[in-house]
Design a protein around this ligand. Sequence first.
Ligand SMILES: NC(=O)c1ccc[n+]([C@@H]2O[C@H](COP(=O)([O-])OP(=O)(O)OC[C@H]3O[C@@H](n4cnc5c(N)ncnc54)[C@H](OP(=O)(O)O)[C@@H]3O)[C@@H](O)[C@H]2O)c1
Length: 373
Amino acid sequence: MRPASRQWLRPSVRPLRGEQTSVDTSTSPPVLVTGTTGRHGSTGAHVAARLRSEGRQVRVLARRHSERTKQLQAMGAEVVTGDLHRRETITHALDGVRLAYFTYPIDAGVVSAAANYAAAVQESGAEVRTVVLSMGPAHPAHLSDRGKDQWLAEEILRWAGLDVLVLRVAAAFHENLHVLHGPSVRERRVIRNCFGDARVSWINGKDAGELAVSALLHPERFDGPVCYPPGADEASHADIAAMITDATGRPVRFEDIDRTGWRQDLLDLAATDPTGVINADMADHISAVGWSIRDRGPTRPADREEVRRLIGHEPVSLGEFIARSRDAFLDGGTAAETDGAGGTQDVQDSTATMQASRTGSQNTSAGVGAAGR
Ligand SMILES: NC(=O)c1ccc[n+]([C@@H]2O[C@H](COP(=O)([O-])OP(=O)(O)OC[C@H]3O[C@@H](n4cnc5c(N)ncnc54)[C@H](OP(=O)(O)O)[C@@H]3O)[C@@H](O)[C@H]2O)c1
């Protein structure tokens, strides 16, 4: 069962008092968006769709053409093939760009990606303001090597003199529950990890995308160049097991294991994961983050009011996410069948919105926004 899809296309980012709104979107330069074919938080797909629904020109950088890029093209985005590890492909994609969204998956290679991106911006001579999606663990002394790498990648962007606004989102994505725990909940009715009874801060991947859209269009809302947007809710994994139990009507329990045990679980999952979302670096990273939060608590407590201020509307709650994607926790379900992962629904919604506005229908982005609120 698919959820009511329109609810996921969030309303326009409403300008707050005193904010600049007068941009001629029909002639403005394209916004470069990376990471639009993701299968974890899928923030790039959401950013591209939302910018199109705002009437912005969008150019996406994708490694290959696919059904996903066809959908992006159908909503009016320009698709350029390229790779963040190949500088010359990025230089090409930057032609005429003044605003960009940089994201990289939880995987090895972010330092090289940032270095190539910085070199391409310098080579192109363009004055590009770049919004970087990062994470709370981006720190030179974090237990996670990916956290250390992310910090170094951001240093490189700064050393290169780029105009960056770094969003170290200090919360876990709701979608982690599908990606990391969906299979064990479906098959064995258990969530196993090393967070212990720590209360984790949570945010929806789409709201992380909304933070990026706000940072692109309304940078004055952020106290950058490096900031730590909080999550919208806090819950332990035992709380979440109880919420999934309520949503599905099937008992789900939480099992506390150590860091090594969870890392091994994730490696086993990676070996059998048909989607390829989970990788060995992610297993190292997430188990280190779990162990760190268990010990020291989240980077920043959740602050729903602050998320609302930053994105200009109500964030998706954890309870809403679990209820809407309950099928992903039931036998035969997968995250991709729900709107909880993949970003495809965003793109489809945005395509429908763009087509409707072209044909003069009432179903404009404002209309969708009102329905989604
Ligand atoms: N998960 C969490 O709990 C969490 C929390 C806070 C912050 N974050 C941050 O969120 C970010 C990840 O964002 P996300 O969830 O939107 O990512 P995602 O869904 O995993 O998508 C990653 C995208 O990057 C693309 N990509 C991978 N390698 C590339 C390359 N060499 N060149 C160009 N594109 C490449 C992928 O394309 P392909 O389709 O070609 O693979 C895909 O489109 C990370 O920085 C992470 O720190 C995550």
